[in-house]
Design a protein around this ligand. Structure first.
Ligand code: NDP
Ligand code: X2W
Length: 318
């Protein structure tokens, strides 16, 4: 029998992407509320009680309220996947980055409540966690993370701003150095010292680069760029949605290069003579950074056939 999924916020940017992918996945039926009932709490509650899994694609505050609504259903409560940043480091929630540790897929498969990772944290954690765990980067090392996202990262309102008024070609933001993703990155990457995070938005719809510059000779073991790359290759060996790529000969990366894909690519650039490196994750903020990861997690939580989930993804981007 097919599993029933309700996406609260399905008309939003992330919700729409998940619906499109799930349409092509065998064994899942997406249950929707009529347009007029989408924000009617009684209708939402009844829908939540009737499905196997609820996916929240809402702003943080609305996601907290919706999670409470699910909790209030008691023994009728479905399982929950939250795409917002409301529960990324909350107790009782499992972090839905399945490649971050060998046991993570099983933890996600068994969890009642899973928090889908943030788009920027997906890139930053993918680069940093394996290096901290391998002892190449000490947990208290001063880390800087620079990133650029397409404007769809800001949801419907930012998309409208860029479509209507044009939007700036490029802007830094989060310059109070207090972006909501900093605790999430530090917690899951295993950093004891708060990283500096400098995000930015470019006037393109989808795609993202997350980069971490490193003075290799300031690291205690003075690792080489190759050693760093090997640690990443070891961690993501066999992963289908995280790939360590060869350094491009032209020594440049297009932020839109992974747009339309659910695969995140990792790169290690270096100036060997100067003992400097830049680690880069390239992903689609709406792919592995949101809906791609959500569909992976839905597949794990509902025990769906991984090949069918992948087929959905491929068909969508064909
Ligand atoms: N965009 C991205 O790249 C990423 C987004 N996310 C996360 O996903 C979540 C959704 O973001 P995104 O899709 O971009 O946002 P959007 O603004 O595009 O969509 C949000 C949706 O939520 C609906 N909504 C808002 N408040 C309520 C409410 N109280 N009850 C019911 N529905 C409500 C909106 O309805 P209406 O249509 O009426 O406005 C809209 O459809 C956010 O928490 C974001 O952090 C995660 C990773 C990446
Ligand atoms: C470009 C842009 O505005 N990006 C958003 C991050 C994307 C998002 O909504 O956050 P999650 O990935 O945690 O869900 C921001 O900086 O707040």
């Amino acid at each position: 029998m097919s599993k029933r999924v309700f996406i609260d916020g399905e008309a939003g940017t992330t919700g729409l992407q998940i619906v499109e992918r799930l349409r092509r996945v065998d064994g899942v039926v997406v249950q929707s509320l009529d347009l007029h009932a989408r924000k009617d709490n009684a209708a939402r509650r009844a829908m939540m009680a009737s499905v196997d899994l609820v996916v929240l694609c809402l702003p943080d505050e609305a996601a907290r309220e919706a999670a409470d609504m699910v909790e209030g259903l008691g023994s009728a409560a479905p399982r929950l996947l939250d795409a917002s940043s409301a529960h990324r480091i909350s107790r009782g929630w499992t972090y839905g980055f399945s490649e971050m540790a060998p046991e993570q897929p099983q933890s996600i498969a068994q969890a009642a409540r899973v928090s889908n990772p943030g788009c920027y944290p997906t890139g930053a954690i993918a680069l940093l966690k394996p290096l901290v765990e391998a002892g190449l980067v000490p947990a208290d090392f001063p880390i800087t993370i620079n990133a650029v996202s397409g404007y769809s990262g800001g949801g419907k309102s930012l998309i409208a701003d860029h479509n209507n008024a044009g939007g700036p070609a490029f802007e830094l933001y989060g310059l109070s150095l207090n972006h909501k993703h900093v605790p999430e990155i530090a917690h899951h990457a295993g950093l004891a010292r708060r990283p500096l995070f400098v995000p930015s938005i470019g006037h393109f719809r989808q795609g993202m680069l997350v980069s971490v510059p490193l003075h290799l000779d300031a690291l205690p073991g003075r690792p080489t760029a190759r050693e760093i790359e090997c640690a990443l290759v070891d961690r993501y060996d066999g992963a289908t949605q995280v790939k360590v790529r060869m350094t491009p000969a032209e020594q440049r990366l297009d932020a839109e290069g992974a747009a339309g894909s659910d695969v995140m690519e990792l790169f290690v650039f270096e100036n060997e003579a100067e003992s400097q490196a830049v680690l880069v994750a390239r992903l689609d903020n709406l792919g592995k950074g949101a809906a791609g990861a959500a569909v992976q997690n839905i597949g794990l939580m509902l025990g769906l056939d991984a090949r069918s989930a992948a087929a959905g993804k491929v068909a969508m981007h064909a």
